[in-house]
Design a protein around this ligand. Structure first.
Ligand code: AP5
Ligand code: MG
Length: 217
């Protein structure tokens, strides 16, 4: 059975990091990160990119319709709507979840995993995060690049995200915790919700992998 997985987690909870690990174990899985899609639009200075830049800097969510359309386009472009896929960072509101359900029709989401990481752990992680334009994520303590401040694959310089300053991180966390309960209830009502917890991805990953495998078998 195809796995149609949503990773739900606060900023810095490890969605991107765990996605990379899961893709290594399940090679036919394809991931879509809405944050990465938006950062690519910003880099290419598209109209959506200009809009996204303003929202992201403020730590605000972009409009639901726009995000749902973007994910639908991406699923179609990669021809994976009826295959196994992982969504990192979408849906984030019940309205996005409803839009997604409508667009997926018979291929509805069959696993939603909440990453439950204590907020004080998160704040420290984000301060140490460096990334590459491909979306590859590093942490100066947890998974440092082989050469300091250079991407392992391309050797290009790493940068810190403009929305990773303490004030914006606080706003992003607040928004996340406001949206969490309703979206959790939505997916509980669909019978697909699960939760994994722990302070490190080494504790979280095996739990996530087990859940993902159970849907594939
Ligand atoms: P997005 O890019 O998705 O940001 P986010 O949800 O805030 O999540 P992050 O990417 O910050 O964290 P992550 O969970 O991926 O953690 P990571 O693996 O990097 O979205 C950005 C913005 O775009 C949003 O704020 C919004 O404006 C907009 N947007 C996106 N989607 C949207 C939507 N659906 N609707 C509306 N607007 C939308 O890990 C964090 C750090 O911790 C890294 O440095 C990593 O190396 C490190 N780390 C990971 N695991 C461990 C560990 N076990 N121990 C120590 N360090 C660790
Ligand atoms: Mg991420």
């Amino acid at each position: 059975m195809p796995l149609r997985l949503v990773l739900l987690g606060a900023p810095g909870s490890g969605k991107g990091t765990l996605t990379t690990r899961l893709l290594k174990q399940i090679p036919h899985l394809t991931s879509i990160s809405t944050g990465d899609l938006l950062r690519a639009e910003i880099q290419n200075s598209t109209p959506i990119g200009r809009l996204a830049d303003a929202y992201i800097k403020e730590g605000k969510l972009l409009p639901d319709e726009l995000m749902a359309g973007m994910v639908e386009t991406e699923l179609a472009k990669r021809k994976i709507i009826d295959k196994s896929f992982l969504l990192d960072g979408f849906p984030r509101t019940t309205s996005q979840a409803l839009e997604l359900e409508r667009r997926l029709q018979d291929n509805s989401i069959n696993l939603v995993v909440e990453l439950d990481v204590p907020p004080d752990v998160i704040v420290g992680r984000i301060a140490n995060r460096w990334m590459h334009s491909s979306g590859r994520v590093y942490n100066l303590e947890y998974n440092p690049p082989k050469v300091p401040f250079k991407d392992d694959v391309t050797g290009e310089p790493l940068f810190q995200r403009p929305d990773d300053n303490p004030e914006t991180v606080r706003k992003r966390l607040k928004t996340y915790y406001e949206q969490l309960e309703p979206i959790k209830r939505f997916y509980q009502s669909r019978g697909v919700y699960d939760k994994v917890g722990g302070e490190t991805s080494d504790i979280i990953f095996p739990q996530l992998y087990r859940l993902a495998r159970s849907r594939l078998d």
